[in-house]
Design a protein around this ligand. Structure first.
Ligand code: ZN
Length: 232
């Protein structure tokens, strides 16, 4: 297993794009993986390819560290259904206090598939953009879940994976600042204009913080973080 090999869960959104830049400054070999679960914002799968190719063009040092990119099928999540992330239904807060965009087990499944891929590829480090600072309240984004999962994955695969969550304790404004610190204005511009966070999949309406409907929880978080960062 490569001590310096890493796998980044790259969805195509702001957080995972920032995590990719973070990984490229910390590890010498970085591979990426995305998941197709027939998400309503499936446009993110196209956007992530656009982001990867731009990143390579603008940051040649990082390009030399970037390895394979893969998309894995996670469509079982769609078959289970009943979430506003995978079906055309209004986004609202449920009785449990969570928005109905919550897909039970999504990040647990993604990290399990990522670890299986990392096992096959001999990569020790797994990087995910989950955050419990300003987030939608999804319990599988919390530090406790990730720490427990790290133990379970290592026991179950007899490995020494390290799960990294560079954004866990920072808010969306600080995530923009991290992008600035890692790659300067070029990276900030690239993340603003060539990533996608909107749950609805609106990649047409452009705002000063990037594309999105401006109304869904993901757009609210992204827009609010941008405003706080640019006013700071
Ligand atoms: Zn939106």
């Amino acid at each position: 297993m490569s001590e310096d090999g890493a796998l980044v869960l790259l969805s195509g959104g702001q957080d995972s794009a920032t995590c990719l830049a973070w990984a490229l400054t910390h590890f010498t070999h970085v591979e990426t993986v995305g998941f197709d679960y027939h998400q309503r914002h499936r446009v993110e799968l196209d956007v992530r390819l656009e982001f990867l190719s731009l990143l390579c063009a603008v940051f040649p040092d990082w390009a030399s560290r970037l390895g394979d990119d893969r998309i894995l099928d996670a469509s079982a999540l769609t078959a289970i259904g009943q979430t506003a992330m995978t079906q055309d239904m209004a986004i609202e807060i449920g009785e449990n206090g969570l928005p109905n965009t919550f897909v039970p087990g999504r990040n647990i499944l993604f990290l399990t598939l990522a670890a299986a891929l990392a096992y096959r590829r001999g990569l020790r480090h797994i990087i995910t953009g989950v955050c419990e600072t300003d987030y939608s309240g999804y319990p599988d984004c919390r530090d406790d879940t990730i720490k427990a999962l790290q133990v379970a994955l290592n026991l179950g695969m007899e490995s020494r994976f390290v799960l990294h969550t560079p954004l866990m304790r920072i808010d969306k404004a600080a995530t923009w600042q991290l992008a600035q610190d890692l790659g300067g204005q070029d990276l900030v511009d690239m993340i603003r204009d060539h990533t996608h966070s909107c749950y609805i999949g609106d990649h047409v309406t452009h705002h000063d913080w990037g594309f999105g409907c401006g109304q869904c929880p993901a757009c609210h978080l992204r827009a609010d973080g941008w405003r706080r960062w640019t006013k700071a």
